[in-house]
Design a protein around this ligand. Structure first.
Ligand code: NDP
Ligand code: 8X3
Length: 257
């Protein structure tokens, strides 16, 4: 069990990549701090992990956009949960696919506040502990959208370019401290993501993933597990992971009948 006695905090653990990551780290013996807004989902996941792997979980239902809450919740962690070893900044979302000139301001605010500011708030709250212990790993879930811009991707792509810059900035600012910073950029992963992007239009969401085999949350979770189980002298600084049928944001080998 490679993560015995390690504490991992995963944001956005109630669905998709975060949920799969919780499972993969739990299977290796980690204790988990699970955060997201949907409290019930976190409770169900914790029960499942306890049952399957004997995992101890601590639940923090929160909205990463609320800085005061993020700060307080991390500050008020019980003593035996305070020494976080692994932070997985995964909570995030896209909203809409309109050209910029037709973009909805509320969508922009939500993406920027969640994907950029939420990630910063969580990191600001957790990083001092890692640095005080001269140890720890931060995994930021970026996206191919952090390396390319595609039609209608405008603001979502900007937030993921920001995640890439923040990962690089963190790695520079913590250099020599023993803290390692990992940036993982997935391509198309079948999760609740597209349904959220299209505000619950499940038919439109389904089309994003049809005609090829997309990544599953578990595929990205395996990459996270690999990154957090490297020896202390190794950092997987930057990782791009596509489904085999994807070559870029816009080039996907789809077979549609
Ligand atoms: P899901 O929609 O399945 O999961 C998103 C998670 O983020 C949920 O657990 C959700 O929990 C949480 N979340 C969203 N907003 C907030 C918030 N304000 N506060 C706290 N938690 C929040 O999508 P994915 O698993 O696909 O997405 C995870 C990450 O992966 C995101 O950063 C996304 O941008 C990125 N990504 C996704 C790809 C894909 O194709 N699916 C590809 C590349 C990157 P809750 O609603 O309960 O708060
Ligand atoms: C999610 C992948 O291509 O929808 O980040 O931007 S994409």
């Amino acid at each position: 069990m490679r993560l015995n006695n390690k504490i991992a905090l995963i944001s956005g653990a109630s669905a998709g990549i975060g949920r799969a990551t919780a499972r993969s780290l739990a299977a290796e013996g980690a204790r988990l701090i699970l955060t997201a807004r949907r409290r019930e989902r976190l409770g169900e996941l914790a029960a499942e992990l306890k049952n399957e792997f004997g995992t101890d979980s601590f639940l923090i239902p929160l909205d990463v956009r609320v800085q005061s809450d993020v700060e307080q919740q991390i500050k008020n962690l019980p003593a035996d949960w305070r020494n976080i070893d692994i932070l997985v900044n995964n909570a995030g979302l896209s909203r809409g696919l309109e050209p910029l000139q037709e973009g909805l301001i509320d969508n922009w605010e939500e993406m920027i506040d969640t994907n950029v500011k939420g990630l910063l708030y969580m990191s600001r709250a957790v990083m001092p502990g890692l640095l005080a212990r001269n140890d720890g790993i931060i995994v930021n879930i970026g996206s191919i959208a952090g390396r390319e811009v595609y039609p209608g991707g405008n603001v979502y792509c900007a937030t993921k370019h920001a995640v890439k810059a923040i990962s690089d900035g963190m790695r520079i600012d913590t250099n020599g401290s023993g803290v390692r910073v990992v940036n993982i950029d997935p391509g198309l992963v079948e999760t609740e993501f597209a349904g959220v992007r299209f505000h619950g239009d499940q038919e439109r969401a389904r089309k994003v993933y049809e005609g090829y085999t997309p990544l599953r949350g578990e595929d990205v979770a395996e990459a996270v597990l690999f990154a957090v189980t490297r020896p202390k002298h190794v950092v997987i600084a930057d990782l791009l992971i596509f489904p085999a049928d994807q070559a870029s944001s816009t080039i996907v080998n789809k077979t549609l009948s």
